[in-house]
Design a binder for this molecule. Structure first.
Ligand code: AMP
Length: 279
């Protein structure tokens, strides 16, 4: 497994692979890897000749400096998890590699980014869209794998790829969960034992809310009950708890088209997000 830290070296390797006719699969991450990330790596392995995983905690997508500072960095453990999966190359640039002092380009996606995490984290998706585009260009990947856990991010990246005619296939992969239902996240390790015990209730309350709507409650009433329940259990600020169209992420008052339920809720100082498909 090659560990590469510079754009020049990454370019040299990916160009050689392409010249040999290999198709490259790419999994961008911010490290602190867990089974959610590894599921993307396994999907990439099964659908590509060569697999590149990047680990880069991208400063420009954090709107809260404390969140950036607190973000876990576990490079040694990450490499140990990737090695047995037969990853071909791990790309670990530092911020200097990615952003020169003169850096001035921003990729900004309208519409899709005005709601959900875009509304509560100003500038977040500009940072994501810009860094992911840079990584696509650097890796020269043919396919890229993203988790549905960050569904809005997946749709934003699909928009960027379509709008900028980037020759890459974006593949969404299902959210991996702990056995108690909590969506796996690098942030979960920051939860106290008490908060960790409460955290799975977010998914349970989302599931209950969907059942309530399916069995006749209005969206408004079901959502209001769910929010009340979250507060009773001990969750803090609710950034959003909303049903939205899966394509344009429009807010829905009725489930009359393909939809997902999206939530972002604080527990202690950790912001948990989840989304559930409505079958
Ligand atoms: P991150 O390191 O949080 O930026 O995530 C890197 C990639 O892993 C993104 O495509 C995420 O959507 C994906 N990911 C994170 N958590 C999960 C999960 N629980 N299940 C599936 N994919 C995930």
């Amino acid at each position: 497994m090659l560990v590469v830290r510079t754009i020049a070296k990454l370019r040299a390797v990916q160009k050689k692979w392409h010249s040999e006719g290999h198709k490259i699969g790419f999994v961008p991450t911010m490290g602190a890897l867990h089974d959610g990330h590894l599921s993307l790596v396994k999907a990439a392995k099964s659908k590509s000749d060569k697999v590149i995983v990047s680990i880069f905690v991208n400063p420009t997508q954090f709107n809260d400096p404390n969140d950036l500072k607190a973000y876990p960095r576990t490079e040694k453990a990450d490499l140990a998890l990737l090695q047995p999966l037969d990853v071909d190359l791990v790309y670990i640039p530092d911020a200097g590699q990615m952003y020169s002092d003169q850096f001035a380009t921003n990729i900004s996606v309208d519409g899709l980014t005005n709601c959900l995490c875009g509304a509560s984290r100003p500038g977040h998706f500009d940072g994501v869209a810009t860094v992911v585009t840079k990584l696509f260009l650097q890796t020269g990947a043919d396919k890229a794998f993203f988790g549905e856990k960050d569904f809005q991010q997946l749709q934003v990246i699909r928009r960027v790829v379509a709008d900028l005619n980037i020759d890459i296939r974006v593949i969404g992969c299902p959210t991996q969960r702990e056995t108690d239902g909590l969506a796996m996240s690098s942030r979960n390790m920051r939860l106290s034992p008490e908060a960790r015990a409460i955290a799975p209730s977010l998914n349970h309350i989302m599931q209950k809310c969907i059942i309530d709507v399916k069995t006749g409650k209005s969206v408004g009433e079901a959502v209001s009950n769910a929010k009340q329940r979250l507060a009773e259990i001990g969750f803090g600020k609710i950034d959003y708890f909303e049903f939205r169209d899966i394509e344009n992420l429009e807010l829905l008052e009725q489930l009359d088209r393909p939809a997902r339920l999206f939530a972002a809720v604080f527990l202690e100082d950790v912001r948990l997000i989840d989304n559930v498909e409505i079958k």
